[in-house]
Design a protein around this ligand. Structure first.
Ligand SMILES: [Zn+2]
Length: 653
């Protein structure tokens, strides 16, 4: 039988305040279901036929092809997508991979392709297997995992985690806890300690954060000596430490960091040392403070690259940060800012990286992305095709790994409270089915959020149920209102609004989350515009041009055919007054530059001296800019829909 209830932590693991629900408990509806359908009809549903890395010759299907991470990455997204859509064709596809993996296990517990003995891809396959087990209840999965964990325990000392596996041990610990919650075998906790001892010390790195500048600057010895001259003596030791740490490739690799954000908090669950949990939050703070971009993601055009809006972020880092946040939301009590951030990533940086039909994607996305072309850019070391839309621009890791982004977001819209009850952690149209205090409860969530401000929850249950339902009131939201019948509440921003009562079938809760336009401050006096969770961008007219190859996943460049170099005319202290909001029908696809669900109209002035430099929008002029160009009316659209765009703007008076 499939799991219907989440499984709480067992002692000695620290209790989790909230739990992710089993795959399938939350079903996508409305625009979000459409988005998953688009993903299935796009590359995800066809990848095996097109891309040899996950084709019939994959080592993870018994062939002599790719035998490392690509098969497991693909399955980690294919499994939840298939079961959320209840798509029989995709379920059958996923099953072939599952069957091969389960059947590949040797008598000693090891499994997977013989051609590659690395621990790392097996961590990813375990993540896929946990979801598969939740969706199907397949009785083979847990004994299979137990046998492999016993193999790990017997062999990790002689063959320790190395390279990527040593950076990503947290992924292994995550699945070991999942198993321990179900079996209670104390040997699993010993294994978890062993893996932690062989994993990069992320707690230390996040607590004593060294990288306050783009990583390329730490490889410039003359620049380093220069920089030391200007430093206060107290900071010299830290700077030297940063240069030493910069010599370790893995500690500033953007995808490693995205995965690592959860690792200290997972370590806390076993140690009880709250400073480890805090280290995860410090890591987030440091990444956003020193490498945060206008799109609310941090930079990493392979490695951390600072705050300039022409730097890129790899798509793998977006989906892995989302997964780390989904894990942290279970561990960190009442951290609304974490939930806000997860929603912002899912609604901005995630859709931005794909063509609207999800047949092609970018390796690197840029906040100010005014030219998509095969050309040299100031990436840390990514190649010239890294911002093309295509099948595998630069490198195929993202082609294999992006599939988990939307489906896992669906699974984490609602969380179970271990105190009994349910928490709405993110908002989107969906249907939740869950037993609360032994009584089956269904909640239909109707909304076009994040494109609209209102959300309506309708409850259905066979008998009345005494339960607490908590609604996240985002930190950006003042004036939120909750209405239940004649009763109205005005919960504060940055809280969970708890509704505890005897619920009856047909009860309706209406939530209104007013979205005032905000001007997020950026370096040099610039601004980025946000309304609710959505970041908005100016999208010049875009011409898509194929660089050859098979449609619809051929490499494409995207060329601007109208001006992009505008400064916004706004008072950053009262930005709302500068904008008028125009709503359009939420279309299919929802993130479509030709039919954006929301347009923000405002006034702007061209800045002629701001031009393309090194094939990206150049550094912004210091704000406020003055100029004699006339003020013009411009429209900003959701960042995720704008494939050419300016997101970080100079200001003008
Ligand atoms: Zn990647």
């Amino acid at each position: 039988m499939p799991s219907t209830q989440p499984v709480p932590n067992r002692v000695p693991l620290q209790p989790l305040p909230r739990l992710t629900l089993p795959l399938g408990a939350v079903e996508p509806m409305g625009w979000l279901r459409n988005q998953l359908r688009i993903q299935a009809d796009g590359l995800t549903g066809h990848l095996e036929d097109i891309w040899p890395s996950v084709g019939a010759n994959s080592g993870w299907l018994g062939g002599d092809g790719e035998s490392w991470e690509r098969g497991p990455y693909y399955l980690d997204g294919l499994v939840p997508l298939a079961y959320l859509l209840q798509d029989e064709i995709l379920i059958a596809r996923a099953q072939r991979w599952i069957e091969w993996s389960l059947g590949s296990q040797r008598a000693d517990g090891f499994f997977g392709p013989d051609a590659n003995q690395d621990w790392w891809p097996r961590m990813v396959m375990f993540k896929a297997l946990t979801q598969y087990q939740e969706a199907t209840g397949d009785p083979r999965v847990i004994p299979f995992m137990e046998r492999y964990c016993a193999y790990q325990a017997a062999h990790l000392r002689e063959q320790p985690l190395q390279s990527w596996a040593a950076a990503r041990g947290g992924e292994n610990i995550y699945v070991i806890y999942w198993l321990y919650r179900r079996t209670g075998d104390p040997a699993l906790l010993e294994l978890s300690r062993l893996i932690e001892s062989q994993t990069i010390d992320w707690t230390n790195l996040f607590t004593n954060w060294p990288f306050t500048r783009p990583l390329r600057e730490y490889h410039d010895v003359l620049g380093f000596i220069d920089a030391l001259q200007g430093l206060e003596p107290a900071l010299v030791g830290r700077a030297v430490g940063a240069f030493q740490a910069a010599g370790n490739y893995h500690v500033h690799h953007v995808v490693n960091l995205a995965m690592a954000l959860k690792q200290p908090a997972l370590a806390y669950l076993l140690s009880g040392d709250a400073s480890q949990r805090q280290a995860s939050l410090l890591g987030i703070e440091m990444l956003l403070r020193y490498h945060g971009l206008a799109n609310r993601m941090f930079s990493g055009d392979e490695h951390l690259s600072g705050q300039q809006p022409f730097q890129g972020t790899e798509l793998c880092a977006v989906v892995e940060t989302l997964f780390s946040l989904q894990t942290l939301l279970q561990v960190v009590p009442d951290n609304i800012a974490l939930a806000d951030w997860a929603e912002e990533l899912a609604y901005n940086a995630l859709p931005a990286a794909f063509s609207a039909d999800m047949w092609s994607h970018q390796y690197d996305q840029q906040p100010n992305q005014v030219l998509v072309s095969r050309a040299h850019r100031v990436w840390y070391d990514n190649t010239d095709d890294s911002n093309l839309f295509g099948l595998e621009p630069h490198f195929g890791c993202c082609t294999a790994n992006y599939h988990q982004g939307w489906p896992k977001f669906v699974s984490n819209l609602w969380l179970a409270d271990t105190s009994g009850g349910l928490t709405a952690a993110a908002y989107a149209p969906c249907r939740l089915r869950q037993q609360v205090n032994g009584i089956p409860l269904e909640i239909i969530e109707e909304t076009e959020y994040p494109f609209r401000e209102s959300i309506r929850f309708t409850l259905a249950c066979q008998q009345s149920v005494d339960a607490s339902i908590k609604l996240r009131i985002p930190t950006w939201c003042t004036g939120a209102r909750v209405r239940i019948g004649a009763e109205e509440l005005q919960p504060a921003a940055g809280t969970y609004c708890e509704l505890h009562r005897e619920w009856r079938s047909g009860d309706v809760v209406e939530l209104s989350l007013p979205m005032a336009v905000r001007a997020n401050p950026r370096p040099r006096g610039a601004v980025a515009i946000q309304r609710g969770p959505l970041v908005y961008a100016l999208a010049p007219v875009a011409e898509w041009r194929s660089l050859g190859g098979d449609q619809p996943y051929a490499n494409h460049e995207v060329l601007p055919r109208s001006p992009w170099n505008y400064a916004l005319a706004l008072d950053p202290l009262a930005p709302t007054q500068a904008f008028s909001v125009e709503e359009h029908q939420v279309g299919y696809p929802p993130y479509d530059s030709a039919n954006p669900p929301v347009v923000l109209h405002t006034r702007a002035r061209r800045v002629p001296e701001w031009q393309v430099e090194q094939n990206s929008a150049g550094p912004l002029p210091e704000s406020p800019v003055t100029g004699s160009e006339p003020l013009e009316e411009v429209g900003l659209i959701p960042y995720g829909a704008a494939k050419l765009r300016v997101t970080e703007f100079p200001r003008t008076r």
